[in-house]
Design a protein around this ligand. Structure first.
Ligand SMILES: O=C(O)C(=O)C[C@]1(C(=O)O)C=C[C@@H](O)C=C1
Length: 120
């Protein structure tokens, strides 16, 4: 057997078209994720300002537990790895808490107005 017979066959035109089509869907999904995340961060910026105004703590571990339980269940139903869903949520929440702390710092030094919105 010649050595080249072990190599994968070069991708044909059909495979190339299928790859392009799948990548178009991936790009659309990634765009949707970015827009969804932007909306979520708009909301959490408002939560951060509300918490700062009322002297509430940045983090709420009880709320986070509920969110994790809920998202793990949704992930299971959707056949997504629940451990991944939990890691993803924790990653986002850590960033949100960081924003909350920044907003609370701005509020205490600028008399209660969080002027700018930190990029997520
Ligand atoms: O719900 C809140 O209290 C938030 O601040 C939002 C949020 C979240 O990103 O979902 C972030 C931090 C808290 O620990 C819990 C939840």
């Amino acid at each position: 057997m010649a050595a080249h017979e072990d190599l994968p066959a070069p991708a044909g035109e059909d495979a190339h078209d299928e790859l392009l089509s799948l990548r178009q869907s991936i790009d659309n999904i990634d765009a949707a994720l970015i827009h969804l995340l932007a909306e979520r961060f708009k909301c959490t910026q408002q939560v951060g300002r509300l918490k700062a105004r009322h002297g509430l703590p940045a983090a709420d571990p009880a709320r986070e537990l509920l969110q994790i339980q809920r998202l793990r269940g949704l992930a299971e139903d959707a056949r997504l790895d629940p451990a991944f869903a939990e890691k993803f949520l924790n990653f986002i929440i850590a960033e949100v808490i960081h924003h909350h702390v920044q907003i609370a710092g701005q509020d205490s030094s600028a008399g209660g107005s969080a002027a700018s919105t930190p990029a997520p």
